[in-house]
Design a protein around this ligand. Sequence first.
Ligand SMILES: [Zn+2]
Length: 439
Amino acid sequence: MKALPTLLAALDDTRLTFRCRAALEAHQARLAHGHLRWVAAHSPAVAARFRAAGLPLSRWRELPPTDKAQMLATFDTLNTVGVTLEQALATARRAEQTREFTPPLLTPRGPVTVGLSTGTSGTQGVFLVSPEEQARWAGTVLRALLPGGLRGLTRRHRVAFFLRADSPLYRSVGSQRLTFRFFDLLRPLPDLVQEVTAYRPTLVVGPPAVLRAVQDAGAALRPDRVVSVAEVLEDDDARRLHAWGPVVQVYQATEGLLALPCEHGELHLTEAHVHFDLEAVGGGLVRPVITDLRRRAQPFVRHRLDDLLRLKDAPCPCGRAARRVAAVVGRQDDALRLPGPGGPVTVWPDFLRGALAGVPDLRDYRAEQTSEGALRLLLEPCTPETAAAATAAVRAALARSGADPAQVTLRASTLPPPVPGTKRRRVTRSWRPAAEEIL
Ligand SMILES: [Zn+2]
């Protein structure tokens, strides 16, 4: 098993920090050339897509994008390790139920780790990762997260991960200089607080809602960095968590590690490893179509994500050529479809989050579109004042987004307590138009 050398190589790979856009693109083209030849030779599903489009591998950027549903439909011939979707799902679900350390799935091509994405709506994603891919992942993340990169390892680091389900992905490393401890989100909060306080982590990693809950329960930590994963990091969470230390965000999805923070705390796309085509969807937002230039166990070639991003145009003071993400706005599934003067309009979750974040005394909220013209606002606390201010703020945001507030009913009520272990999404749409249900 070559995991440790791979990890150390990724941790130490200064060649992957590009300061010149042309050099970064040349690096991607070089990787794509070798990677796609290998993938097309080993993944019948990818080869079939090129054949169906009548394209040679060199014109991969013109390949029609695929999505999660299509990925799952072709899973058995897409992955290059001979695993069926049924086997992968059974392994991942068994691990989640028993809460045991996920045993690797043994395949004709060696062991792979199986993971499930924790989507709250739509299709659950499944991913396969080889030990070498895990090691590269861990090295790449650590390189970005440990202050000083490899030099940061000259002293001992203790990493505390707060996660929904244990995953060997996050346990890839353990050495004298670097220890990992996993904190299971389904355990009682006071236990977690006591244990993490005694551990004195130098790096705390977890979903922001969970870290906030641990903080509110009394954990006073002094890590070098607080790392937000798995959920959109909202401004108010970032401000509160800052009491522990500098807060940075990692943007990761089932589809891979997509953006990492630089030393200025800015989120850069992982363009040294993943190629991003960005489709404009209006409102200054883009939807990425990714081609992972390294992953072989489960290739992602011209794969369209559900996430919407807002990018920053200006160059970053760190000098990296990789593009910057201003915000991960949310899933397209969650974009609201509300009545407008000339028919339905799309209202992005970002607009409502912006409106509700400014409501005085409002500690937390959810907004959910429950029917064609109805929005439910769940508020904490729900007082006559917060309800009135939240309703007014949402109406103003709807008007700014081109919807017709007069055709939208708003109902405010009290936000129920969070369900442990579930992923938080503040703006969602549970209603689907008939046309969408057919799809
Ligand atoms: Zn930067």
